[in-house]
Ligand binder design. Structure first.
Ligand code: FES
Length: 352
C-alpha cells in the first residue's frame, strides 16, 4: 500500500505541505532545488495491526536464529566427525560439516533478515538531509589539539620516565605476537606428508568412474583414464587430502611413440601412468590431445608431452609430471610398483 492509496484525511500535514512546496518550485523556477520527494507512508505507520504483524515476523526470525544456534551447538557435540550423509544433488558430505554450516548459516541469515525487516517496516522512516561540510578541522581546533597533546605528554612525564616509556613500547610491540602464535591453530605442519602418496608396491589402479580395478585391456589407445589407489573410497574422511596427491592419468601409447627411455621402462605395453596434479599450482589436468599425446592443464594452459616423459612444452609449470611405475599382477590387473619417486604437484612443495 502506497501513500497514494491512503485516504487524504489520513495523510499527515507535512506530506501535504511537501506536495505544495514542490509544485510551487516547479512553476517559479524549473531549476530550483526540488527538495525531498513526498514522504511515502508505510502500511505499518498507519495500521497498527500491520505493525504488529511485522513485529511478530521479526520476533519469529530472531527465534529461528536462536534455535539454529542451539542446533549448531548440539551438532558440534553430538555428530561424530567421521559420519557422512548423502545430500542431493551434491553427493556424500561430512554430516558434521554440513550440519554446522547449515545451522550457522540459518542463524546468521535470520538475524540479518530480522534486522532488515525491522528497519524497513517498524523503525523510524523519516528522510533526513545532512549538508556536506569540510572534514578538515578549523585551524584553531587543530592548534588546540596539538597543544593538548603536548600538555598531556608533558603531564604524563613520558619523556622523563624512560623506564615506563620503554616498557610500554615493549608491551605494545609484543602484544601482536599473541595473534601470530594463534596461527599455530591452523594445524600441524605438513612435514614430509606432501612427499608421499598412497601408492605403494602392489596397489591396484582403480578406475575413478567405475570404481573397478583396471586391466590393460580397459585402457585403449586415445582414451584418457583417471585412476585412484585401491582402498581409497570417496566417503573416507581423508579422501580429498589423499586424492589430491594420488590422482592418476592413464594413457595407452604405441610403445614406438614413447621417446623417453625411463618412461618406456616404467610403462606396461605402452600404458603410462602420470600424476594428474599440475606442477604449476596444482590444478587437476583433464584435457588430452590424442594425436600429439599432449595433456593440457585448464587453469593456465601448461602443456605436457606424455610421449616424452611428460616434459613441459608450454606454460608456467616448473617441471614434468611425475610418472608412476606400473606393471600387472598375477591376476592381470594393473598395479603400482612403488610410490612416485618425486613429490607430486607444485614445484614449491619440493623446496619446503
Ligand atoms: S595450475 Fe596448471 S597451468 Fe597453472
Amino acid at each position: 500500500m502506497s501513500s497514494q492509496d491512503i485516504p487524504e484525511e489520513n495523510l499527515p500535514a507535512e506530506q501535504e505541505a511537501a506536495h505544495v512546496a514542490v509544485s510551487i518550485a516547479d512553476e517559479k523556477d524549473p531549476f530550483a532545488d526540488p527538495g525531498l520527494p513526498p514522504h511515502e507512508h508505510r502500511i505499518q505507520d498507519i495500521d497498527e495491526r500491520a505493525a504488529r504483524r511485522s513485529e511478530r515476523m521479526v520476533a519469529l526470525l530472531f527465534t529461528v536464529s536462536m534455535l539454529a544456534t542451539v542446533g549448531f551447538i548440539a551438532a558440534y557435540v553430538g555428530i561424530p566427525r567421521d559420519k557422512s550423509i548423502f545430500v542431493f544433488p551434491i553427493g556424500h558430505l561430512s554430516a558434521l560439516n554440513f550440519t554446522l554450516g547449515l545451522t550457522l548459516g540459518v542463524a546468521l541469515f535470520c538475524i540479518g533478515a530480522g534486522a532488515v525487516h525491522w528497519a524497513r517496516t517498524l523503525m523510524s522512516d523519516v528522510e533526513i538531509a545532512d549538508e556536506r561540510h569540510p572534514i578538515e578541522a578549523e585551524p584553531e581546533v587543530r592548534a588546540k589539539v596539538h597543544a593538548d597533546f603536548k600538555q598531556g605528554a608533558k603531564e604524563s612525564a613520558i619523556g622523563r620516565r624512560k623506564l615506563i616509556r620503554n616498557t610500554m613500547f615493549g608491551a605494545l610491540t609484543l602484544v601482536p605476537l599473541s595473534g601470530v602464535i594463534l596461527l599455530r591453530d591452523l594445524g600441524p605442519l605438513p612435514g614430509t606428508s606432501l612427499r608421499h602418496t598412497l601408492w605403494s608396491k602392489g596397489k591396484l589402479l582403480v578406475n575413478m568412474n567405475t570404481n573397478q580395478p583396471l586391466r590393460p585391456s580397459d585402457v585403449q589407445v586415445g582414451s584418457l583414464t583417471f585412476a585412484k589407489p585401491e582402498g581409497l573410497e570417496d566417503t573416507d574422511e581423508e579422501f580429498q587430502t589423499e586424492i589430491a596427491k594420488a590422482a592418476l592419468m592413464i594413457v595407452r601409447l604405441q610403445p614406438d611413440n614413447i621417446k623417453d627411455k625411463r618412461e618406456l621402462e616404467w610403462s606396461h605395453e605402452g600404458i603410462v601412468a602420470y600424476s594428474k596434479i599440475c606442477t604449476h599450482v596444482g590444478c587437476p589436468i583433464s584435457l588430452y590431445e590424442q594425436q600429439t599425446h599432449h595433456v593440457l592443464c585448464p587453469c593456465h594452459q601448461s602443456t605436457f608431452d606424455l610421449s616424452d616423459g611428460a616434459r613441459v612444452i608450454f606454460g608456467p609449470a616448473g617441471h614434468a609430471l611425475p610418472q608412476l611405475r606400473i606393471g600387472v599382477n598375477d591376476e592381470g590387473y594393473l598395479q603400482a610398483l612403488g610410490d612416485f619417486e618425486e613429490p607430486v604437484g607444485p614445484a614449491f612443495w619440493e623446496r619446503g
